[in-house]
Design a protein around this ligand. Structure first.
Ligand code: SAH
Length: 439
């Protein structure tokens, strides 16, 4: 019996009275207490490969963005849900892990730029993708020197992986606990000096207050769509399974929804034939710009990337080697270079947007660190070093950060300032970004 028949059989009052009766008769169905709900245990969870196969079987080929999203962030099997991904024994090493100087210099940059804005207290430090928590440990050491009291400072970590959240809590806190499900944060803790630390799975949940936002090697893990220009126009690169159930790339026959939404001028201009776009990155860049402009603060993005000249950078790292991103999904880190020119557009003034940022950079890591007196900081560390071996290590790690052949030129820095600061920045150009004109 379909719904039209039902209506014919019952006249209107009868139907209404039945519906009302039903309403009165609703029973309370007992549900489990949400606090007791847990993810399925790892042993019961399907493997990443099974999840990918099932998705492709049900919905057809995946976009590269869907593939990255599943492989990196699946709650039980995703790449970042496993331990020891960053560091010598993991798959890649990052600047904060190489030298303490890195985090210290960044904290000094935030502090000195904040002096142009007022007291900067109370202060929220918001880190996106904190990894092993090392950068924040180095930040806190510097802030301690600047005499921030524990009630003037709070730490807010945006981290999707529960495993990484726990690892960070172990590094930063003397005590921490999982939060009630109705709270915006997943976990809360306290540092040895009484500073409160909170973990969130999304930037949207972080309180909208004056903040320093730091994102180091965060944007490069966010999912990208890949496009190629064919003789029929722009098409999307998709991931399908071959007859042996192995993932492989194929080009979409038609324009996909993402081609229609994302391949727009000026991105598709010129004679370029390959393009990568990360809508998630653009959304987060926009949120950072709006937050900085509306509630005050600064955002600093540091990552490897380019300014729109590259179109094919999607790759994977396993045990410090570049490997095929479709090989052994979940076992290696998936990444793509950050297109800073797209972040700039997302954060800048645009029609219909009330809040936007003044965007500085990108500048090369070596220039940023040198302008920030990295060498003088190295001298201080060398003077405090216990022995020759430590001195050699300190010098070698600083060189790693600034050497153009190593990290000095591949890594870049970009900053967002509130739009109201144009005049101040004209008079006092941003440290680290000096010699650039304010737009
Ligand atoms: N900033 C750190 C770690 C970089 S690795 C460093 O420089 O050493 C990327 C980090 O981002 C990891 O902590 C990973 O778990 C986290 N991450 C990945 N995808 C994320 C997402 N969508 N939202 C929040 N965190 C994410």
């Amino acid at each position: 019996m379909n719904i039209r028949n039902t209506y014919r059989i019952f006249n209107r009052p009868t139907l209404l009275s039945m519906m009302c009766r039903r309403e009165k008769g609703y029973k309370i169905v007992k549900r489990p207490d949400p606090k007791t709900l847990r993810m399925p245990s790892i042993a019961d969870a399907p493997s990443i490969m099974d999840i990918l196969k099932e998705k492709i079987r049900l919905n057809g080929p995946l976009t590269v963005a869907e593939y990255m999203h599943i492989v990196i962030t699946n709650p039980t099997e995703g790449y970042y849900m496993k331990k020891e991904v960053i560091g010598q024994s993991g798959d890649f090493v990052t600047s904060p892990e190489i030298s303490q100087l890195f985090g210290e210099v960044l904290a000094i940059w935030f502090y000195s730029e904040t002096q142009k804005m007022g007291s900067g207290k109370p202060l929220q430090i918001v880190e996106l993708g904190p990894g092993n928590g090392t950068l924040m440990v180095d930040f806190l050491r510097v802030l301690n020197k600047f005499k921030y009291k524990s009630n003037e400072l709070s730490i807010h970590l945006v981290e999707i992986s529960k495993t990484m959240q726990l690892l960070q809590a172990g590094r930063l806190c003397v005590s921490h606990k999982e939060s009630d499900i109705e709270l915006p944060y997943d976990r809360e803790g306290e540092t040895v000096s009484g500073i409160k630390v909170y973990w969130y799975n999304d930037l949207k949940k972080v309180p909208e207050n004056f903040s320093w936002y730091i994102a180091h090697e965060f944007f490069d893990v966010l999912p990208i769509h890949k496009f190629e220009k064919t003789d029929k126009g722009w098409r999307e690169l998709l991931i399908d399974l071959d007859e042996n159930q192995k993932p492989y790339y194929r080009i979409s026959g038609e324009e996909t929804q993402s081609v229609k939404m994302l391949v727009r001028p000026p991105l598709d201009a010129g004679d370029r034939t390959e393009l990568e776009v990360s809508p998630r990155s653009l959304g987060i860049a926009r949120q950072l710009a709006e937050r900085v402009d509306q509630f005050g603060g600064l955002a600093l993005i540091a990552d490897y990337g380019h300014e729109g000249e590259k179109g094919d950078t999607f790759r994977a790292f396993h045990k410090h080697q570049v490997v095929d991103p479709l090989e052994n999904p979940g076992e290696s880190d998936l990444t793509a270079d950050v297109d800073f020119s797209q972040l700039r557009v997302a954060a800048s003034r645009a029609p219909g947007r009330d809040n936007y940022a003044i965007v500085m950079g990108p500048v090369l890591q070596k220039d940023f660190l040198e302008r920030m007196q990295g060498l003088a900081r190295l001298e201080v560390l060398l003077n405090n070093a216990k022995n020759e071996e430590d001195k050699e290590k300190l010098t070698a790690s600083y060189n790693m950060l600034i050497d153009p052949q190593k990290m000095g030129e591949r890594f870049k820095f970009m900053a967002f300032y509130p739009s109201t600061m144009a005049d101040i920045l004209e008079k006092h150009p941003p440290v680290g970004f000096a010699n650039l004109t304010v737009k």
